[in-house]
Design a protein around this ligand. Structure first.
Ligand code: PGA
Length: 251
């Protein structure tokens, strides 16, 4: 299987009002006809329908930050994968550590959500990552491996985001060796599930304090197939600087 082109996805988390659609419009204009790097932006649910209009006809794909594991019905407050696809999404972030922590989401639920996403023709971006205590106990590789095995579907479209919990929003990033080792552990887990050829076709993104200043370096590390960007995706200037700085784009 050929390696898919790198993906840079922006995660707006619980940020953004309608006035901020101007940032998405600016991103669409500046990213233009990106051929070397796939780009996605994941605003909150409330902006998805309007963002789809802003992005129509362009190359930036739209994503959401969560979906239900269920198809439809009496589930007050939930949003199904089919609804997101209908609203124009192509991607959905699942199992972000903020949801694992504050909503008690466990691996089995995350995998069920990922399957629901696939069934609705949405590509899941499943997040895994160790806490600082796990990192300090030498458990990082084991934790990400176990999370990947338990939360990622064994077939179908998929990206994994390696996001060390302690690196998210903190300004801290792991060393190059730590990133390469974690991506390697995830790739091995995927190979066990899917076989090594199919595993090579799954993008493994790095996330956690990716900024214009460090993105090009992180994105050049072996086994890093893109980035999941939080805070630096809120402004078109920063986000587009990360996209433009990708080694594949600068060739
Ligand atoms: P950050 O967030 O880039 O603000 O650290 C990344 C994420 O949580 O996806």
């Amino acid at each position: 299987m050929t390696q898919p082109k790198p993906l840079i996805a922006g995660n707006w988390k619980m940020n953004g009002l309608r006035a901020d659609l101007a940032e998405i419009a600016a991103m669409a204009e500046r990213v233009g006809a990106s051929r070397d790097v796939a780009v996605a932006i994941c605003p909150p649910f409330t902006l998805i329908a309007e963002a789809a209009q802003v992005l129509a006809g362009g190359t930036i794909a739209l994503g959401a930050q969560d979906c239900s594991a269920l198809a439809h019905g009496a589930h007050t407050g939930d949003v199904s994968a089919t609804m997101l696809r209908d609203a124009g999404c192509r991607f959905v972030i699942l199992g972000h550590s903020e949801r694992r922590q504050s909503h008690g989401e466990a691996d089995a639920l995350i995998q069920a959500k990922a399957r629901a996403a696939q069934a609705a023709d949405l590509a899941p971006i499943v997040c895994v990552g160790e806490s600082l205590a796990q990192r300090e106990a030498g458990l990082a590789a084991r934790v990400v491996r176990e999370q990947a095995l338990a939360s990622a579907p064994a077939a179908g479209s998929l990206a994994i985001a390696y996001e060390p919990v302690w690196a998210i929003g903190s300004g801290l990033t792991p060393s190059d060796e730590e990133i390469v080792a974690a991506h390697g552990a995830i790739r091995e887990a995927l190979a066990e599930m899917r076989g090594s050829e199919a595993a090579a076709g799954v993008r493994i993104l790095y996330g956690g304090s990716v900024k214009p200043a460090n993105a090009a370096h992180i994105l050049s590390l072996p086994g890093v197939n893109g980035a999941l960007v939080g805070g630096a995706s809120l402004k078109a200037g920063d986000f587009c600087a990360i996209v433009d700085g990708h080694p594949a784009r600068r060739r």
